[in-house]
Every structure is written in C-alpha cells, then in structure tokens.
Write a protein that binds this ligand. Structure first.
Ligand code: PLP
Length: 456
C-alpha cells in the first residue's frame, strides 16, 4: 500500500476502505466471494505486462514460453476439475466466455458449412457476394434462454446486451404456481422456436437445473446446448451438482466465470465437447485480444485449489448454508421464490413487507447486510426497483460461517425488513426508493453483524 500511496494516495485509501467495509458487513451478494491470498498474489505481478495473442505453442508474439506454461496448466486443471475434454481459459470475464461460445457455435454450425459449400477454407477466400450472404446468415439465427425475471442472464440473448443484437431471442420462464422450471413447457417453446442455441443457466434461479433433460430437448430440435454455469461452477467443481445436474457431460459447450462460487480470479472459462474445440480456440482473435497472463496464472492456482479435497467440503457447506438461510427466513415469515433453495442462492420476495427490492437493498445495507435487489418472476416493479432481494452463501461460507451464523443472519434480515417502511414520494403516493428504518434497528443489526464477523 505504501508503494501505491506514493503514486496516488486516494487509490491506496480506497483499497484500505474497501477492505474495512468488506470486513464490517455481511457479504451476501450471490455472485461474490473471497479469493485466497495465493490467487490474489498471482494476479499482481509481471505477467500482467506480457502480450500473448494466439494459443499455447502458437503465438503471434515472441517470448511466450512462461505464458504457455500457465495457460496450459490452467487448462489442464480445468479439464481435470470438471471432467471436460477441452478447456479454454483466455476469456476475461463471463460475458467474454459467452461471446466466445456463441461465435464458436456460429462458426461450427453456420460458417463452416457455408465455407465448404463455397469451396473456401477461410472467410478471406470468399467472394464479396458469398461473404455478404454469410454475414446475413450469421445474423439470422435464434437463441432460446431463460427469461430475465425467472433468473436468466442478460448475455443470454437479451436486448441490452450484444447477444440480443446477434440473435433473435426467445425465452422460457418458470411455472407461475411453483416458480420452478417446467421442462414440458421448455420443450414446447423449443419445438416452436427451433433455436440454433439453447441456453441453460442462470443468475437468480434458486434451484438445480436438469441438464440431461435440457440436452434431450436441444437434441430433439437440433439446437446446440450452451450452459452458462457462471453462478454455480463452484458447486459443480465441488461435486454438489452431479449426474443430471452437472452440465459438463450434457452440454455441447459450457461457459463460466471463475470468480463467483468457484472462488478464483475475476475471469471467464469455456469448456467444450471436442467437435467445438477448434472453434472455441479461435476466441482470440474472434472476440478477444491479448489474453491476461496474470489472470490465467491465477486461474491455474484457483483450479488447483478447487481440486483439493477441502474444496468439496466448502461447496457442500455453501449449499447446506443456503438451506439453513432459506429455512431461517421462511420460519420467520419471509416469502421465498420457489419456497427454498437447492443451490447457493435464495431469492426473497419482499413485496409482503410493502417494500420494493430497491428499498430493501438500501435498508439492509444500512444495517450492515450487503445484498442486491433482483426481479422476481412477473415482477410488477421491473428490473430497476424490483420486488426481490437475492442472497448467496459463497462469500460468508469462505469466511467460515456455518448453520448458527446463517440462522442469525436470517433473523437480522427479517428484523430489518419488518422494521422498514416505505415513505411517500414527493409527488404523492408511495416512493419506490425512499424508506425509513425503525430508530436504532440498523445500529443494532450492524453491531450484531460485527460481532459475528469478529469471530470469523
Ligand atoms: N453469466 C451469468 C449467468 C452471470 O451471472 C454473469 C454475471 O453476473 C455473467 C455471465 C457475466 O459475467 P462477467 O461479469 O464476468 O462478465
């Protein structure tokens, strides 16, 4: 910090403050975690300066032998960890991993047949007329994914994201009565849409997904199944999600982030069945520029950590703690989307407290509990204000929280939600953003959180 401070003290101060803030509050954001010191230290070194476009042993720059070592190690650990035949560790983030996957499917299923038909090996060998036709075909494909309000992700073909501009998007939701995925309904939608890519995976669905069933549906309609396991990769690595619930044996392509439940550095990952390997390998230069060697090195370290037996214990604790949290909330009267959880996350519908997700998020933050607001299925408050609060157990489980702490956390959350009231808007009616937490409640909650955190 002294070294940083000598250059820009405000950055050093912000780092110190961030550490203090994270230490003093209950981090329940489902997509966050605490990476190990080994992972953090691997990211802060001279690898960061190196350019290495290309793939292992096939670079467009000189002196990449050490980058080759770490990239090959990261890919090998990823293959072993997930039982995958092929792993690509260059994506800089989850969105990059998805873009690499989408373009790999387009390359394999649309571009390659077009090149063969035109008697060309490379796009540069096409005539301008052939290239114009191919570009139209590439832009004329369909994607089917989980709707946003059911827990899907923006990168699964939705308009604000580039995937929504690349594909004509359709979505499947959840059963309005149970909140659960209805595979018969997914099949019916897939038969109607006949997408090139069928997406599975989520950021806010608190249940397991049957990937064997998803693959069966994809096969029936001739779709390529891409599973985005960004959120639950740690549960796959830790063998909490196995058999039909493990996407790796079932999906054609699996994408992930490496920094959520997997507890690695900020980054992305693609696993693929062999027929897509070559197309995925072209992620650079198709979608990516130079890889981040320091982050690939940290991925190698994180995957090596996840291959140790203790990681399975961690992953099981993440899932067990989510059940304790869900039960503690339900027992105290909270309403949960799907009635519970069987992964690492819990979604509370806060409308029963008369609050929007935004009010609940702010009140909880005041009380030392860091969460994020999230839409619930058919949310009347939309994606900005929302009616839900998403909670996840990966970060606090890393800190050593167990059943007693998560039950106490549930108690604190319900106390804060029950003790918060919406305030009137300046223009009349009830504001969706303004709220008031009962006097002294936020302080008491912060003190209780600090007491638990001190012991961990
Ligand atoms: N996919 C899913 C399911 C996610 O939840 C997220 C992030 O929240 C992403 C992709 C994007 O990851 P990143 O933020 O690393 O681009």
């Amino acid at each position: 910090l002294e070294v940083i401070s000598a250059v820009e003290p405000r950055v050093a101060d912000a780092i110190t403050q961030e550490l203090a803030d994270q230490r003093a509050s209950l981090k329940l954001i489902a997509s966050e975690n605490y990476a190990s010191p080994a992972v953090l230290l691997t990211m802060g070194n001279w690898f960061s300066d190196k350019y290495a476009e290309g793939t292992v042993g096939h670079r467009f720059y000189a002196a990449c032998q050490n980058v080759d070592t770490v990239e090959a190690l990261a890919a090998e650990h990823a293959r072993e960890l997930f039982g995958a035949e092929y792993a690509y560790v260059q994506p800089h983030s989850g969105i990059d991993a998805n873009l690499v996957a989408f373009w790999a499917v387009l390359a394999q299923r649309v571009e390659s047949p077009a090149l063969a038909a035109a008697g060309a090996k490379h796009v540069n060998d096409l005539t301008d007329a052939d290239w114009a036709t191919l570009r139209r075909e590439l832009g004329d494909q369909k994607m089917l994914g989980m709707s946003l309000d059911a827990g899907g992700h923006l990168t699964h073909g939705f308009r604000p994201n580039i995937s929504g501009k690349m594909f004509e998007q359709s979505s499947y939701g959840t059963d309005p009565a149970t909140g659960l995925l209805d595979y018969a309904a997914v099949r019916a939608t897939a038969r109607e849409v006949r997408p090139l890519i069928m997406m599975a995976g989520y950021s806010a669905y608190p249940r397991r997904v049957d990937f064997a069933a998803m693959r069966e549906i994809a096969d029936e309609v001739g779709a390529t199944l891409v599973v985005d396991m960004a959120h639950f990769a740690g549960l796959v690595a830790g063998k909490v999600l196995t058999g039909d619930f493990d996407p790796v044996p079932h999906a054609h392509v699996v994408t992930s982030t490496t920094h959520k439940s997997l507890r690695g550095p900020r980054g992305g990952l693609v696993l693929a069945q062999p027929e897509f390997a070559e197309a995925v390998d072209r992620g650079c230069p198709m979608v990516l520029g130079g890889p981040l060697p320091h982050v690939m090195a940290a991925k190698a370290v994180a995957f090596a950590e996840a291959r140790q037996p203790t990681f399975a214990g961690y992953a099981q604790a993440v899932a067990d703690n989510a059940v304790t949290l869900a039960e503690g909330l339900t027992r105290r009267g909270a309403s949960l989307v799907t009635g519970g959880t069987d992964n690492h996350l819990v979604l509370i519908d806060v409308s029963g407290y008369g609050l929007t997700g935004r009010q609940a998020e702010s009140a909880l933050l005041e009380a030392g509990i860091v969460t994020n607001r999230n839409a619930v299925p058919a949310d009347p408050n939309g994606a900005w204000y929302t009616s839900g609060i998403r909670l996840g157990t990966p970060a606090l489980t890393t800190r050593g929280f167990g059943a007693a702490e998560f039950d106490r956390t549930a108690e604190l959350i319900v106390d804060v939600l029950s003790g918060t009231t919406p305030l009137p808007a300046a223009s009349g009616g009830t504001s969706k953003a303004k709220y008031r937490v009962e006097d002294g409640l936020a302080d008491r909650s912060r003190a209780a959180a600090a007491e638990m955190l001190e012991r961990h």
